[in-house]
Every structure is written in structure tokens, then in C-alpha cells.
Design a protein around this ligand. Structure first.
Ligand code: PRP
Ligand code: URA
Length: 214
């Protein structure tokens, strides 16, 4: 499947991502398997979401000769995880970019109103002029992601990308309206939200499937 870009959304079609996502969606997949696959997919998605980072050269000495070698330009990246399920993606992202700074944003959505409830926020003090990649496997109504990004912008964030595994068309529309400056990267745009705000066909409740809390 080729990558598809439209209205600020990139669907990453890499066959390994699509294959692993299918196993994650399967209700028979174990908690351990689900967590491992999310981490593996995070590696592959991290590669795509950072593909266009600017490079600069630094002078190093190899054992054989001096070299002006490429290195990522600018301040350290920030990964912002929307708790709880964002941590599954965060682990994989940190495998690839171990020096990244991390923001934790505690938000859950009220099961009845679907409104976001914030309970924790801790981020590096300087967020301006850093690339901030917000991670959460699910973009359903987009209430959680929108609230998280509102908060990051209040703290000075001005260069943000949002990475998720699954998105609902309704969520993408609302997210684009709230944060048109924030590109979205996802592995799939699913069919729709059901009356309880779950993504259909989706994969169920990502946090419960990761941590066995159901
Ligand atoms: C899930 C998911 C997102 C949110 C998406 O979290 O990880 O944060 O729902 O839904 P939305 O787009 O409609 O806001 P949940 O609220 O279940 O919290 P949890 O990760 O702590 O279980
Ligand atoms: N949150 C989830 O974990 N799953 C959904 O389908 C929607 C929101």
C-alpha cells in the first residue's frame, strides 16, 4: 500500500506496518503481543514521521580520516505521550531517538460525555522551536488530542506533529479544524465512530488492550 497524503494527513502504507496492525486488531492477540507490536510499529512510524528532518554537518574524526558528517540539526526532539496508551508508541520512538525529551500528558475521555479529563501534565520547560511529536494510538473524536495540543501550544510549542495508529474520519475533520497547522500521521483511517465514540472497525480500547485493564 502506498502512502496517501490528503488535507494534512499522511496514511503510512508500509506493508510491515499494515501487517502488524492487522495482528493488533485481531481480538485474539494477547496483551504481550499487542504491546510488542505497538512498539515495533512505533519504530517504523518514527522513521516516516522524522523522514524530512533537517541535517547539518559536524566535523568528526573516524579512525581513518576527518569527516564532515551529517547529524540532525536543531534542538532535541520532544515526544509527547498522551497517557496511558501513548506510552506504547513512546517506548518505540525512544528506541530510535534515545536523546529525545519527553512530555507526559495525562488525559482520559469521560465514557459518557466523551469530553477530555486532564489529570497530569509535565513537559520540558522550553518547547518553542523544537519539533514536538505527540503520540497516541487512537484519534477517535479528537477531543483528547486537541486538548493535549492546546496545552502544548499554551506552553509555547510551535512545531507539532501528531502520530497515531488509527484515526476516525470524524476525528480527523475535528482535529484539522482545531489545529490546521499540525500534520497527522496514521496507519489507517477507519470507517466511522460508533455511538459510544469507538473507532469501527478499530482495535477496541487501546489502553485496556495494552495493560489488561478490562
Ligand atoms: C483513548 C486513546 C486516546 C483517546 C481517543 O484513551 O488512547 O487518548 O481514547 O479518543 P478521543 O479521540 O475520542 O479523545 P482513553 O480515554 O481510553 O484513556 P486511557 O489511555 O487512559 O485508557
Ligand atoms: N479510544 C480507544 O482506545 N479506542 C477507540 O476506539 C476510541 C477511543
Amino acid at each position: 500500500m502506498n502512502d496517501v497524503s490528503r488535507a494534512n494527513v499522511t496514511v503510512i502504507g508500509h506493508p510491515l506496518i499494515q501487517h502488524k496492525l492487522t495482528i493488533m486488531r485481531n481480538k485474539e492477540t494477547s496483551i504481550a503481543g499487542f504491546r510488542r507490536l505497538l512498539r515495533e510499529i512505533a519504530h517504523l512510524m518514527c522513521y516516516e514521521v522524522t523522514r524530512d528532518l533537517e541535517l547539518e554537518t559536524v566535523r568528526i574524526e573516524t579512525p581513518m580520516a576527518p569527516l564532515d558528517a551529517p547529524t540532525i540539526k536543531g534542538k532535541k526532539l520532544v515526544f509527547a505521550s498522551i497517557l496511558r496508551a501513548g506510552n506504547g508508541l513512546l517506548d518505540g520512538m525512544l528506541d530510535l531517538v534515545p536523546a529525545a525529551r519527553v512530555a507526559h500528558i495525562g488525559i482520559y475521555r469521560d465514557h459518557v460525555t466523551l469530553e477530555p479529563v486532564e489529570y497530569y501534565f509535565k513537559a520540558p520547560s522550553s518547547l518553542d522551536n523544537r519539533l514536538i511529536i505527540v503520540v497516541d494510538p487512537m484519534l477517535a473524536t479528537a477531543n483528547s488530542a486537541t486538548a493535549a495540543i492546546d496545552k502544548l501550544k499554551e506552553r509555547g510549542a510551535n512545531n507539532i506533529r501528531f502520530l497515531c495508529l488509527l484515526a476516525a474520519p470524524e476525528g480527523i475533520e475535528r482535529f484539522n479544524a482545531a489545529h490546521p497547522d499540525v500534520p497527522v500521521f496514521t496507519a489507517s483511517i477507519d470507517s466511522h465512530l460508533n455511538e459510544k465514540g469507538y473507532i469501527i472497525p478499530g482495535l477496541g480500547d487501546a489502553g485496556d488492550r495494552m495493560y489488561g485493564t478490562k
